[in-house]
Ligand binder design. Structure first.
Ligand SMILES: Cc1cc2nc3c(=O)[nH]c(=O)nc-3n(C[C@H](O)[C@H](O)[C@H](O)COP(=O)(O)O)c2cc1C
Length: 142
């Protein structure tokens, strides 16, 4: 299996219904393809972790890369794994105004509420691991 983490710039005029549409498609498709992970959103950017079989992750990531709802997609990690961080989540969602999420970012000396483009691969992996440990407190149920 593969775990891929990227950050991107959300389109500025993105609405809540755009986000809901992204999540609905993601959960349906990911479930069918055995992909799990987490998507975080803040007006300043997305951060997403995708985990699953290599072929499935690459297929979905190819689509995500050409999606006009975001730009400047930067791949941060692409690792072989034998254990998932989000085994129960076809796509967990966290809005980055979330208090727990802000705490996690602050511990990493990231002041804002979005994961910045300059974050290192090691650091983003630690952040995603902390998200996975707190997933039930973080996730919004839509
Ligand atoms: C930030 C972001 C994250 C996305 N995550 C996923 C995802 O995890 N799974 C998925 O199937 N589609 C995801 N999408 C949507 C895909 O880009 C694409 O719209 C969807 O897979 C449908 O593709 P199709 O129109 O070629 O069928 C995401 C889009 C964005 C903007």
């Amino acid at each position: 299996m593969i775990r891929l983490i990227y950050v991107s710039q959300a389109r500025r005029d993105l609405t809540e219904s755009d986000l809901q549409a992204i999540l609905a498609t993601s959960r349906r498709t990911n479930q069918a393809l055995g992909i799990t992970g987490i998507l975080t959103y803040h007006p300043h950017g997305f951060m997403q972790c995708l985990e699953g079989e290599r072929e499935a992750v690459e297929k979905i990531y190819a689509r995500i890369l050409c999606d006009s709802r975001h730009t400047e997609v930067k791949t941060l990690t692409y690792d072989t794994i034998d254990k998932r961080l989000f085994p129960l989540w076809a796509m967990a969602y966290v809005g980055l105004d979330d208090v727990t999420s802000r705490e996690i970012l602050r511990r990493h000396r990231l002041g804002g509420a979005a994961v910045p483009h300059y974050v290192s691969p090691e650091e983003v992996l630690e952040i995603v691991q902390e998200f996975s440990e707190n997933v039930t407190r973080l996730v919004e149920l839509w």
